[in-house]
Every structure is written in structure tokens, then in C-alpha cells.
Design a protein around this ligand. Structure first.
Ligand SMILES: O=C(O)C(=O)C[C@@H](O)[C@H](O)[C@H](O)COP(=O)(O)O
Length: 361
């Protein structure tokens, strides 16, 4: 059984197909592929699991592949360039489709390569992690990291389709499943108190990979993301809400060294820090922060930043955040659980106190 949602972006609209058995089904791709040549971009972990069935499903086309190393530490200009080497060596023209097979790193790098190759070619997202299925494959944010900051170089480039085969979650390490839950919880925190309550009462099923619970969580997450992206594709306004926990989280990822923390783990801690700051500003109550922390912890996620990352180091890393406007940092904070806002009205002392407060995280 599969379900389809739509991301409504006029001429750039596209479907998100969610369900079992989609990856190996030729019909998942046929309506979307452009040209007769396909370059699959994947990594060394995912290739042995899913490259063969994907190539079988695409056997009507001339298919090539580029297999990159796995991990956030490889989301670099050098590794990204290997996609262009492969495309150029095999003389790909513009009449081709790139297919991103993997998690968020592969989706972001393949999507950014598609945005740039010969000034833009189409691509399809085939996300194989929970995080990629609920978040990074949807919305067209593509890019790579820079030592100075996460996702600092990139482009908005929407895919032709997202094909999220829920069967791929069966092979996902538990740590990666939890990392995906950080982004699922985010949708509840920013937009949907009822979904948050549902997540609270179904966390055990989600962690034990109950297919119905996972399908519901993926669908609701994608619905919320699709609505926000449709209203604000280029993050001129409310799309920034999807960045809850990311200002702190990206600083943790860069500060600890890319790959030391999974993105979702860093976002989980960042969300606790955003809640702490929201409480200091008088918005969240103690019980809200406790509830948020408990949920994050029940999802198997950390709630505290690395002890060796000082408030000053965090501040320095946060200063390059893409939400900085007119030299002022902007934060996604919580008015209540289920309602987020973007604000630049955070004084330095309150921020510093949050960064220094390891106890209340
Ligand atoms: O789609 C968005 O918009 C998001 O902010 C979703 C985030 O969860 C995602 O991690 C995104 O890639 C972060 O983007 P960035 O602009 O903060 O680099």
C-alpha cells in the first residue's frame, strides 16, 4: 500500500510517494524520468543493499552509478566533485536524470550536483533513511558543508519526485532511526500539538519499527513540510521554522567535527537548547521543557551538548548561521509545544546563559 502527497509549487510541483516496495518498482520512476540516461548517486553503505534492485527497476534506461563514501564528513567539495567527474567521463548531456539513493548527505550532494551540472538537470530523491524520508528529500534544499559551517554552499533545486520506500527502514541502524525521529518530533513541536501527543503515545511502536506507526509518522511529517515549503519555498519567512534546533545543532556538528554526531542527534540537543532559551524568555514553562526533553530522550536521542564545546566556541560557530540578518542572529523558539516563532530579540546574556547551562538542558 502506498500513499502520495503533493508539494504544490506551480510548475515545480512534485509528488512524494510513501510506501512499501516502491524502490524496486519500475512504475515508481517511469512517469518522472527525463531522457534515457540516469546517473545514480549513492554511498558505500547503501549500494550493497539497494543499488541492484534500483538498477533492475531502471533497466529500461542507460544507467550509470557513482558510489561515494558514507558520512557527513564526506559532504565536501572534493567528494561532491566526483559526481561531476563521473558525469563528464561518461559524457552525460543535459537530457539525463540524476537519482539520489541514500540518506540526507547523498540527497543534498546529488541534488546540488543536479542543480549545477550543465546549469541544471533534473533529479529524483530515493531516500533510504527516516531522516531523509521525513525531511531532507522534501523541499529542494541541496548543498555541501564548509569547515566554517554546515550546508554553507548550496542551491534550492526541487526534485521531480520523492520515492520513499518504507521497507528500507528495516536495514537502518537504531541510532539512525532515532536521528530521524528528531526531525519527526520537530514537526510536532513547531506546528502540531496533536501529532506531538500521538508521537508521545506511539514512541515504542516507532522505535520497534511498527510499519503502520512509521508510515503515519512519515506521512504527517511530509504533509507539514510540504505545506510550509509550498508557502515559502525560498525561506523568506516561515520556512525558517523548519530550522528549530538547527542553529545550535549545526554548531555542535561543526564544532565536534562533521561525522562525530549524526545530524538528528545534534538537532535533538539543539531543540533542547532552543526550549531552554524559550523558557528563559518566559514562553515555555518548566513542565513543557521537561516534556520536550523526555520525548527526545525516549526517542533514544541525546539532550546535552558535548562537554568540551564551550559557550564561546558555540557562539562563534552560530554566528555564521544562514538565518543571520543585518548582522543579527535569528532563532526559532517555542511559544508553546506546537507553536514556533522566529525572533531576533534574544539578548546576548540570555543566550550566553543558555549555552553555559548544561544542568537544565
Ligand atoms: O527544509 C528546511 O527548510 C529545513 O530547514 C529542514 C532542516 O531540517 C534541514 O536539516 C535543512 O537541510 C537545514 O537547512 P539549512 O538551511 O539550515 O542548512
Amino acid at each position: 500500500m502506498s500513499q502520495t502527497l503533493n508539494v504544490d509549487l506551480g510548475l515545480r510541483s512534485y509528488p512524494i510517494h510513501i510506501g512499501s516496495g516502491l524502490l524496486a518498482d519500475p512504475e515508481s520512476y517511469r512517469p518522472h524520468v527525463r531522457g534515457d540516461r540516469i546517473m545514480i548517486v549513492t554511498n558505500e553503505t547503501v549500494a550493497p543493499l539497494y543499488l541492484d534492485p534500483l538498477e533492475q527497476a531502471l533497466s529500461d534506461y542507460r544507467v550509470s552509478r557513482v558510489v561515494l563514501p558514507d558520512g557527513e564528513q564526506y559532504k565536501t567539495m572534493e567528494v561532491w566533485n566526483r559526481i561531476f567527474d563521473a558525469l563528464l567521463q561518461e559524457r552525460f548531456g543535459r537530457d539525463c536524470t540524476l537519482v539520489a539513493l541514500g540518506g540526507g548527505v547523498i540527497g543534498d550532494m546529488a541534488g546540488f550536483a543536479a542543480a549545477c551540472y550543465q546549469r541544471g538537470v533534473p533529479f529524483i530523491q530515493v531516500p533510504t533513511t527516516l531522516l531523509a524520508q521525513v525531511d531532507s528529500s522534501v523541499g529542494g534544499k541541496t548543498g555541501i558543508n564548509h569547515p566554517a559551517g554546515k550546508n554553507m554552499i548550496g542551491a534550492f533545486h526541487q526534485p521531480l519526485a520523492v520515492i520513499a520506500d518504507t521497507d528500507t527502514l528495516e536495514t537502518l541502524p537504531q541510532k539512525e532511526l532515532s536521528a530521524g525521529l528528531a526531525e519527526v518530533l520537530k514537526y510536532g513541536f513547531i506546528r502540531d500539538a496533536a501529532f506531538l501527543a500521538w508521537l508521545e503515545s506511539h514512541m515504542a511502536e516507532l522505535l520497534s519499527r511498527d510499519p503502520n506507526a512509521l508510515s503515519h509518522a512519515i506521512k504527517r511529517s511530509c504533509e507539514i513540510k510540504a505545506l510550509i515549503v509550498a508557502e515559502d519555498e525560498l525561506e523568506a519567512g516561515q520556512r525558517a521554522l523548519l530550522n528549530l534546533g538547527h542553529t545550535f545543532g549545526h554548531a555542535i556538528e561543526a564544532g565536534a567535527g562533521y561525522g562525530a554526531w549524526l545530524h538528528g542527534e545534534a538537532v535533538a540537543v539543539g531543540t533542547c537548547m532552543a526550549a531552554n532559551l524559550s523558557q528563559r524568555l518566559g514562553w515555555l514553562e518548566d513542565k513543557d521543557v521537561e516534556r520536550l526533553r523526555r520525548l527526545i530522550s525516549c526517542a533514544g536521542l541525546p539532550t546535552e551538548p558535548p562537554a568540551d564545546l564551550s559557550p564561546d566556541q558555540m557562539l562563534e560557530l552560530m554566528a555564521v548561521d544562514k538565518k543571520v540578518l543585518d548582522g543579527k542572529m535569528r532563532f526559532v523558539l517555542l511559544k508553546e509545544l506546537g507553536e514556533a516563532i522566529v525572533t531576533d530579540e534574544v539578548d546576548r546574556d540570555t543566550l550566553y546563559a543558555t549555552l553555559a547551562d548544561r544542568r537544565s538542558l
